[in-house]
Design a protein around this ligand. Sequence first.
Ligand SMILES: Nc1ncnc2c1ncn2[C@@H]1O[C@H](COP(=O)(O)OP(=O)(O)OP(=O)(O)O)[C@@H](O)[C@H]1O
Ligand SMILES: [Mg+2]
Length: 265
Amino acid sequence: MKLCRAALGVLLLAPLGVRAVEPISLGLALAGVLTGYISYPRLYCLFAECCVQKPNLSRKELQKDLNSKLFGQHLAKKVILNAVSGFMSNAKPKKPLTLSLHGWTGTGKNFASKIIAENIYEGGLNSDYVHLFVATLHFPHASNVTLYKDQLQLWIRGNVSACARSIFIFDEMDKMHAGLIDAIKPFLDYYDHVDGVSYQKAIFIFLSNAGAERITDVALDFWRSGKQREEIKLKDMEHALSVSAFNNRNNLKCSPEAMKLMRTL
Ligand SMILES: Nc1ncnc2c1ncn2[C@@H]1O[C@H](COP(=O)(O)OP(=O)(O)OP(=O)(O)O)[C@@H](O)[C@H]1O
Ligand SMILES: [Mg+2]
């Protein structure tokens, strides 16, 4: 109120200035500025979160973050860096980016996905464009799988329509009920559009303990034979994972179709 009175006082005391800026012109000018603010994305994005604030994700920044924060995961670091920076620099990817991170509990799967999210959206996991699903929390009842399936597909569709560069993180994939992985599958393929929506710029990250024992075995074998941990190559793990995690139907319950897909991620 004090401010309004002061403004009124200034207006009354400055009749010349008031005449120069008459109300209609002032209104139009304000409307113009507001329209400009709303319609000029870069300006708007200075004040509010936008779909992909950093379209040119900095490979250097991501590398710096991974090196300084994520320890002992040379394979994951390399894959994440190349996959994420390559994908983000591609203006027209042919399919969404799908990453599947496997490992024993507490090895940094959620931590790594947080680093990825933060390098794409300033808000990281809190961003409106980053969606985290925890199988046991969001899809707890086997009897509701059909409902979850519909809700999940609607959620993914709605959010990718609103922001093509949406990120979906699925935690505890190994505890996901049968059918739900099949529900995600259509979004991960090489389709230009599915029902009028393109999913090619979206990012899907799957976190799982599946295969953790085999990963530990491989690391232990390397250690026993006196080799450095960094000597472990991705192909050593890929083989271990393909024979362990997704062949075990008790670990990951999904259709053969979805299992094939997960093996190729
Ligand atoms: N490789 C790592 N480098 C640095 N910090 C780590 C690493 N792994 C785990 N941490 C720390 O431990 C915390 C827990 O790890 P995180 O939640 O990412 O494990 P997880 O692999 O998702 O385990 P779970 O399978 O039990 O979900 C992280 O928030 C982080 O602080
Ligand atoms: Mg976790």
